[in-house]
Design a protein around this ligand. Structure first.
Ligand SMILES: Nc1ncnc2c1ncn2[C@@H]1O[C@H](COP(=O)(O)OP(=O)(O)OP(=O)(O)O)[C@@H](O)[C@H]1O
Length: 241
């Protein structure tokens, strides 16, 4: 479903990604972790063309992301993305946040978009909030709306970029629970996160990055059992208390 082959990227003369190769199969959950600044967010953003890359290939459902002929807006409409800071439209109600992309990008009728949006809002437990504005919801609730919004577009895969790192600790689980549910239903997911409990519970594979390299790409059993690299062992020792 998602294939990265020798992907390299530079910010000016600084190489942020070096020959990154990995893949996410249909129905698979891949957790990307690693120290701060290792390139995780940059890597996941290259997958839907939010960050250009200079070398290598990325294919999503057979479509070449780096090809200038590829219609990136069309591709992005098929991949759900959830960011650290929710990125909801503050001036639109929750219901409007859920429908605007469906109407403008997918051409759905207002009625169909509302029906679908509210179905997913219900699914994340927030139907009663449909007429509120993002600023009236907690961070955890806003992130659940962001997930419902992404799901309303019927994505073929979901990308999560540190979805819980801006949340107060008591709100992290409500978001992780939604993500665990999605994973268990077979959604294809690539998730940048420091939440190793989530990785242990639902990841099929773990990609560990350090200084722009993919250092480990293995099953979660291998990763949490006995990672090969010293860097991954150090990382786990620091992150798991
Ligand atoms: N627009 C940019 N211009 C220049 N350098 C950048 C830019 N964005 C990120 N970087 C640098 O690229 C490196 C990787 O950043 P990235 O955000 O991908 O790391 P990360 O592993 O997601 O880190 P974190 O866990 O702290 O979010 C960092 O050294 C960062 O400072």
């Amino acid at each position: 479903m998602i294939e990265l082959n020798d992907v390299s990227k530079w910010y000016g003369s600084f190489q942020v990604l070096t020959d990154c190769t990995t893949s996410v199969s249909k129905g698979e959950v891949v957790v990307v972790c690693g120290p701060s600044g290792s390139g995780k967010s940059t890597l996941i953003k290259t997958v839907n063309g939010l960050e250009p890359f200079q070398k290598g290939q990325i294919k999503v459902d057979g479509i070449a992301v780096g090809d200038p002929k590829t219609n990136l807006s069309k591709l992005r409409a098929r991949i759900g993305m959830v960011f650290q800071n929710f990125e909801l439209f503050p001036h639109l109600s929750i219901r409007q946040n859920l429908t605007i992309g469906q109407v403008k990008v997918l051409g759905r009728s207002e009625e169909e978009a509302t029906q679908k949006g509210l179905k997913y809002l219900d699914r994340v437990g927030l139907l009663a909030q449909k007429d509120k504005f993002p600023g009236q919801l907690s961070g955890g609730q806003q992130q659940r709306v962001a997930i419902a919004r992404a799901l309303s577009m019927d994505p073929i895969a979901m990308l999560f970029d540190e979805p819980t790192s801006a949340l107060d600790p008591e709100m992290i689980n409500e978001v992780l629970d939604v993500m665990v549910g999605l994973a268990q239903e077979g959604m294809t997911m690539m998730v940048v996160t420091h939440e190793m409990g989530f990785a242990k519970k639902v990841a099929n594979r773990v990609v560990f990055m350090d200084k722009g390299f993919i250092v480990e790409d293995c099953t979660k059993e291998e990763f949490f059992g006995a990672p090969r690299s010293e860097r991954a062992r150090d990382f786990l020792a620091k992150i798991i208390h």
